[in-house]
Design a protein. Structure first.
Length: 403
C-alpha cells in the first residue's frame, strides 16, 4: 500500500514583487516583437511597467509560529546520576533534593580556576553585570547548576556556586546579598534558616555561606501564580535544599573576627554587614563589621574594627580622627572621636568611636528609619541620644578590656 505523507508542508514564502511581475513583462515583450509599429511606444510603456513593479513594496514576510513549549516529562532524574559532570559541583552540591535532581540535559556553566572557561567569560554569560562586585570580594571560580523536578512540574531551582580566595570574601558577599544597603528589620528582608552553616532565605531564594564558598539558590515556578504561593513553595523546596547545601559545603562556619566581636544583645537577626576594606570609605581603615540593633523603639548600629594590638588600634583611631567630618571629644571623653558620615544621596549619621586593646568600636545612628522631612522630636524617638550612645560604647569596651 502506498504510504501517505501526513506532515504539513512548510508555508510557501511569498515571492518579491519584481519576481511576481516577470510573467507579465515577458508577455508584453512578445506582443511588442510582433508589432513593430508600436515598438517604440511600447518600449516606453514596458520600461514604465518595470519601474512600477520594481517599486511595489513586498508583502511582509511572516515566519511560522514558534513551536509550543513541551511539558516537562516525569522521570528525567533516572539519568541524573552522571550530573553534574563538573567535579567541583559534584563534591559540594547534593545531586538530589526531594523530587529534584541536577538536570542531566542542561549544559554546565563553569568559569575560573580549574574550569574550561576563564572567569572573564562569566562577566558576559553568567554574572549579569555584577562581575566587578564578585571580583572585589576575591571570587576565583563560579558555576551554575540547574535542578529540575522529577515529578514533571515546571518548577526549577538554580544554584550559583562561587569560590572566593578567602572566607572573609565569601562572608562579605553573603552580607551584601542579605543586608546590602537595606534594613534587616524590614518585613521583606531575608530571614535566617537553621542549618549547619549561615543561611538565609528570601521570597523565592536562599543564600548559604561556609568557608570560602557561597551558594545562591533561586526557585522559578511559573505555576505558582501569586507571590504568596511562590513564598510557600520556597519554604517547602528551597529551605530544605539550603540545609543540604550547608551540610555538603566545606570550610569554617565561624564569621570573621570583627563580626564575631559584635555584641549579640539587641542585634536584629542577620543584622551584620561585613566590609573587606576601607570602613566608612576611609582609605587605610581596613576591614570591619557593622551590626544592626534595636533598643525598644530606638534603632542604632555598631561597628567593630580589629587590629593586632593596642598600638595599631590607637593609630587607627587617630586616622579616623583626622578624617573629614571627625573631631575628638573634649575631656573626660577625649579618647572618643565623633564622626559624621554622609554617603552620597543619604542622610547624615552621627557616630562615636573609641578603642580598647586591639579593638576600635563605634556606635551610630540607623539612617534607614529616618526621613528628611522628620522633625527633631521625631528623630529623637527613633535614635539614641549622645549620652545613651556613649554609655553603650563604654559598656561594650569594658567587656573587651577584660583578658
Amino acid at each position: 500500500m502506498k504510504k501517505v505523507r501526513t506532515a504539513l508542508a512548510p508555508p510557501a514564502r511569498p515571492r518579491p514583487a519584481l519576481l511576481r511581475g516577470l510573467p507579465v513583462l515577458a508577455k508584453a515583450a512578445t506582443v511588442l516583437a510582433k508589432s513593430p509599429a508600436v515598438l517604440t511606444k511600447g518600449a516606453t510603456v514596458l520600461v514604465m511597467a518595470s519601474a512600477v513593479l520594481a517599486c511595489e513594496p513586498d508583502k511582509p514576510h511572516r515566519e511560522p509560529p514558534p513551536p509550543v513549549e513541551s511539558a516537562p516529562v516525569p522521570g528525567v532524574c533516572a539519568t541524573a546520576e552522571s550530573a553534574p559532570r563538573d567535579p567541583f559541583a559534584r563534591a559540594l552540591l547534593p545531586l538530589r533534593t526531594g523530587t529534584f535532581c541536577s538536570d542531566p540535559n542542561a549544559s554546565e556553566k563553569a568559569y575560573g580556576d580549574d574550569a574550561d572557561k576563564p572567569f572573564d567569560r562569566a562577566c558576559d554569560e553568567l554574572l549579569d553585570g555584577e562581575c566587578e562586585i564578585y571580583r572585589s570580594y576575591g571570587a576565583l571560580r563560579t558555576m551554575e547548576v540547574r535542578y529540575v523536578d522529577d515529578a514533571g512540574t515546571r518548577a526549577t531551582m538554580t544554584v550559583l556556586l562561587t569560590k572566593f580566595a578567602t572566607s572573609e570574601g565569601a562572608y562579605a558577599m553573603f552580607t551584601r546579598r542579605v543586608v546590602g544597603d537595606g534594613d534587616p528589620a524590614s518585613e521583606t528582608a531575608p530571614r535566617p534558616i537553621e542549618a549547619r552553616a549561615l543561611a538565609a532565605s528570601g521570597a523565592n531564594n536562599a543564600y548559604v555561606v561556609r568557608g570560602p564558598f557561597l551558594a545562591e539558590v533561586v526557585l522559578t515556578d511559573s505555576s505558582a501564580g501569586t507571590a504568596a504561593a511562590l513564598r510557600a513553595a520556597s519554604e517547602r523546596l528551597v529551605h530544605p535544599f539550603a540545609k543540604q547545601i550547608a551540610q555538603k559545603l566545606t570550610g569554617d562556619t565561624a564569621p570573621p573576627p570583627a563580626a564575631a566581636l559584635l555584641p549579640t544583645e539587641g542585634q536584629i537577626p542577620l543584622g551584620v554587614r561585613y566590609h573587606t576594606k576601607d570602613m566608612f570609605d576611609l582609605p587605610g581603615a581596613g576591614p570591619g563589621a557593622i551590626g544592626y540593633y534595636r533598643d525598644g523603639e530606638r534603632r542604632y548600629r555598631m561597628v567593630i574594627l580589629v587590629r593586632r594590638d593596642a598600638d595599631q588600634a590607637k593609630d587607627l583611631l587617630g586616622t579616623i580622627a583626622r578624617s573629614p567630618g571627625a573631631a575628638r571629644e573634649k575631656s573626660p571623653n577625649d579618647s572618643v572621636v565623633r564622626l559624621v558620615v554622609q554617603p552620597p544621596g543619604e542622610l547624615p549619621s552621627e557616630w562615636y568611636l573609641s578603642r580598647s586593646r586591639g579593638v576600635v568600636a563605634g556606635i551610630g545612628d540607623e539612617i534607614r528609619v529616618l526621613r528628611d522631612t522628620m522633625t527633631a522630636e521625631e528623630r529623637d524617638k527613633l535614635l539614641l541620644s549622645k549620652p545613651a550612645k556613649l554609655e553603650k560604647l563604654k559598656s561594650y569596651l569594658a567587656t573587651v578590656a577584660k583578658p
